[in-house]
Design a protein around this ligand. Structure first.
Ligand code: HGY
Ligand code: MN
Ligand code: MN
Length: 414
């Protein structure tokens, strides 16, 4: 039977996969990420849940309901990490989902709907530059063939990476052809400071910020650092630097918006060579589309101005645009009822972080449960959540699954 120790032990097992000095590096279709999917499959088999996977690698562990034919409630998160990932981001929602199903099984808690614990692939977009890759394909936002054709930083397509023996699909696990789902719940660490500052251990997400991922390529003229006069330069890095600071300025003028340039490639990257080309990433987030539009507009205006003044060309490619995703009121209310029944306070809070719930939220009723992140830190090796909060979140998820099952029944959604 699953209990808090089980959750903690499983998180510890996952935290070994991809561990190195600066945290966890578990990109999609790497041997360590495939090992994480293998672990999940082993837990599901041991619990007697039916396993399936799909063409991009998502893995589903199904506990049957009492009313065959009803679409399943899905609950899960992702097993991949950013390059300096922590032990909780994503992994907690996957471990929490399978442990919650084991709790229901052990307590003989029947649900009308089948419930499936899900390990979504490629949520971080840290290897293949499409965030929420697996859940986007499942939700029909992206086509599987298009996702499989995406080429990662190492020049390998997802299709080829999944065809490799050590990073690929799970052997012997049948394919899931349908995309049936009645509702979706995701348990996740908050990755921010709200719950800790409020002194509350349960968060009910109101909405997930809209987000945009773009890439800018600045092309100037490379040359000898010692001989090209300043008046003759088309220095791609100086131009890029002005653009980065303009993005930062624009984001600070929009309430609650954030903008980040996290990756930059300088070419030819030599100490005595004027940079000829710079490529950098843009990550924009805001609670509303108008703010995102304002920031993007300010950036593009700066592109026109800097290009003219510094004699460079700038190509801006937007490869991900997601509107803000409101969570479903009826499911949020169900989670609040569960917290009250547990005698625990729960607060509403937005999510600046993106989640697979953004994908599922476009097709079915969707809600998220947060537990606090110590220091609000995430995407770093120091990411931590207190054991008591880890346990509370899984208990809340188990109860919320039963409550949502009943709620869907009343609302006639199956
Ligand atoms: O970027 C995000 O917000 C998420 O961690 N993928
Ligand atoms: Mn993340
Ligand atoms: Mn995450």
């Amino acid at each position: 039977m699953s209990d808090a120790a089980n959750v903690l032990a499983r998180l510890a097992q996952l935290a070994k996969l991809g561990a190195y000095g600066a945290g966890l590096d578990r990109p999609l279709a790497s041997p360590q990420e495939r090992a994480a999917r293998d672990l999940f499959a082993g837990w599901a088999r041991a619990a007697g849940f039916a396993l399936r996977q799909d063409a991009v690698g998502n893995v589903f562990a199904r506990r049957e309901g009492t009313r065959p034919g009803l679409k399943p409630i899905l609950t899960g998160s992702h097993l991949d990490t950013v390059k300096t990932g922590g032990a909780y981001d994503g992994a907690y929602g996957v471990v929490g989902a399978i442990c919650a199903l084991e709790l229901l099984e052990a307590r003989g808690a029947a649900t009308a709907h089948p419930i499936e614990a899900v390990a979504w692939v490629g949520e971080e977009g840290s290897r293949f530059p499409l965030g929420c890759l697996g859940s986007s394909v499942f939700a029909g936002i992206s086509r599987a063939d298009d996702a499989l054709a995406i080429v990662g930083d190492d020049g390998v397509s997802l299709r080829d990476a999944l065809a490799a023996s050590d990073g690929g699909l799970l052997p012997g696990v049948p394919m899931r052809a349908d995309r049936d789902v009645a509702a979706y719940l995701e348990l996740h660490v908050e990755q921010g400071p709200i719950l800790e500052e409020a002194g509350v251990s349960l968060g009910v997400v109101t909405a997930i910020f809209g987000q945009r991922r773009l890439r800018a390529t600045v092309t100037g003229v490379s040359g000898h650092a010692g001989t090209v006069p300043m008046r003759m330069r088309a220095d791609a890095l100086c131009a890029a630097s002005e653009l980065v600071l303009e993005l930062d300025r624009a984001a600070r003028t929009e309430a609650d918006a954030v903008a980040t340039v996290g990756r930059m490639l300088v070419e030819p990257n030599g100490t005595n060579v004027v940079p000829g080309r710079v490529t950098f990433s843009l990550d924009l987030r805001a609670p509303d589309e108008a703010s995102l539009d304002a920031i993007e507009r300010a950036f593009r205006d700066a592109v026109a101005d800097v290009s003219r003044r510094r004699h460079v060309t700038v190509d801006v490619e937007a490869f991900e645009r997601r509107k803000p995703t409101p969570m479903t009121p009826a499911l949020r209310a169900a989670i609040h009822r569960v917290a009250a029944a547990m005698g625990r306070e729960a607060v509403d809070c937005p999510s600046g972080a993106g989640h697979d719930a953004m994908s599922l939220g476009t097709i079915v009723p969707t809600a998220m449960i947060f537990v606090p992140s110590i220091g609000g830190r995430s995407h770093v090796a120091e990411e931590r959540t207190a054991d008591a909060d880890v346990e509370l979140g899984v208990e809340a998820l188990a109860a919320a699954l039963v409550e949502v099952d009943a709620t869907l029944g009343e609302n006639g959604r199956g």
